[in-house]
Design a protein around this ligand. Structure first.
Ligand SMILES: O=C(O)C[C@H]1C=CC(=O)O1
Length: 96
């Protein structure tokens, strides 16, 4: 199943910069492993915001839930999820 996920990151102003840098490093590794596995299919920065728009390709909503709760930055995020389905005009074979 494909899902569009909007992630807005809100780091508290009083957070320890060294701790945040560690979490961001973990986040990058976590994200890139999921991208390599084909689960996190696309990620784009939203221009001008500490936010991204992502497309996930997972088995079901439970898997997406588990992936999102595993994000190292999860506790600093506002997350919006929308389920996607194939558009009748799509020419892509991998849209489901
Ligand atoms: O920077 C972000 O958008 C937040 C998060 C999502 C993937 C990643 O590496 O960091």
């Amino acid at each position: 199943m494909l899902f569009k996920v909007d992630m807005q990151v809100n780091i508290p102003l009083d957070a320890d910069p060294a701790v945040i840098e560690d979490i961001k490093r973990e986040e990058k590794a976590y994200s890139q492993a999921l991208q390599q596995a084909g689960k996190w299919r696309h990620i784009w920065r939203v221009a001008g915001q500490y936010a991204n728009v992502s497309i996930f390709d997972v088995e079901n909503a439970q898997e997406l839930h588990d992936v999102l709760l595993g994000l190292p930055l999860y506790k600093f995020m506002e997350i919006k999820v929308e389920a996607l389905c194939r558009h009748p005009s799509s020419i892509r074979d991998d849209d489901r």
